[in-house]
Design a binder for this molecule. Structure first.
Ligand SMILES: C[S@@+](CC[C@H](N)C(=O)[O-])C[C@H]1O[C@@H](n2cnc3c(N)ncnc32)[C@H](O)[C@@H]1O
Length: 234
């Protein structure tokens, strides 16, 4: 298994996660924001499967993921919340995320809440409602081409998950690495992490992002809109 990218902290594979997960060893803290099956254009992955096909796919990766990760936290697609809960197990608890999108979009409904499911006992005191951590999926609301990806995950949220839920001694695993938020946040905390991403173009974005020591990612990306006071994509 040859990584696409590796450094002292991070290993990234460019593949379908179902090929890599069975080959990994070690125990991990698992944190991921999977594809939601809502028709986003991920290039190498069809994000508009039949429900049955999508849930079969989820059954496969979740089984593999749980084998490697005694503790996990998953951003759950709203449309499949109950199905995810059934696949994960009733020992998983819900964390509700709320968001007030000041000035982000007007005159229409916006997703102002979302859910995580986790089987972790928090490492630091925290509530089961997390307010105003920038939500994933903001790619819906503005130009996806500025990111080179249709749905990056919030840095705020990822840092909060790592701080409150991740066991400090375990490496972190993200089987749907996307633009590499989990990997970048882990590296910034001097924590080891493994990521898997099916689309090579996104792996390139990740490698660039991980190589940046000082410059924020969006210096590279032209014309980034200041969509929220809490925006801090690094
Ligand atoms: C919601 S995005 C993840 C966003 C990511 N956390 C970030 O910060 O950018 C889901 C990602 O999963 C990737 N993906 C979809 N199916 C995959 C598979 N079978 N194996 C690995 N990656 C996959 C997609 O290409 C997409 O980049």
């Amino acid at each position: 298994m040859k990584p696409y990218y590796s450094d002292e902290y991070i290993t990234l594979y460019n593949a379908d996660c179902r090929e890599i997960l069975p080959k990994l060893q070690d125990e991990y803290f698992g944190w991921t924001d999977p594809p939601y099956n809502v028709g986003k254009n991920y290039g190498a992955w069809c994000d508009r499967l039949d429900d049955d096909q999508y849930l079969e796919f989820c059954g496969e990766w979740i089984t593999q993921f749980k084998c490697l990760c005694p503790e996990t936290c998953i951003f759950v697609p709203r449309k499949y919340f109950l199905e995810y809960w059934n696949l994960l197990g009733k020992e998983y608890k819900q964390i509700i995320l709320t968001w007030t999108p000041e000035g982000a979009i007007r005159g229409s409904f916006v997703n102002q809440h979302a859910s995580l499911l986790t089987n972790v006992k928090p490492k630091h005191q925290t509530k089961d409602v997390w307010n105003n951590l920038q939500l994933p999926g903001l790619g819906w609301f503005f130009r996806e081409q500025t990111y080179g990806h249709p749905g990056y995950t919030s840095v705020d949220l990822t840092n909060h998950v790592l701080a409150h839920l991740a066991c400090p001694s375990m490496p972190i695993l993200d089987p749907f690495a996307g633009t590499g938020t989990t990997l970048k946040c882990s590296k910034d905390l001097n924590r080891k992490a493994v990521g898997i991403e099916i689309n090579e173009k996104y792996c390139e974005i990740i490698a660039t992002r991980l190589s940046q020591q000082v410059l924020p990612l969006w210096n590279q990306m032209q014309d980034m809109p200041p969509f929220s006071p809490r925006t801090n994509i690094l």
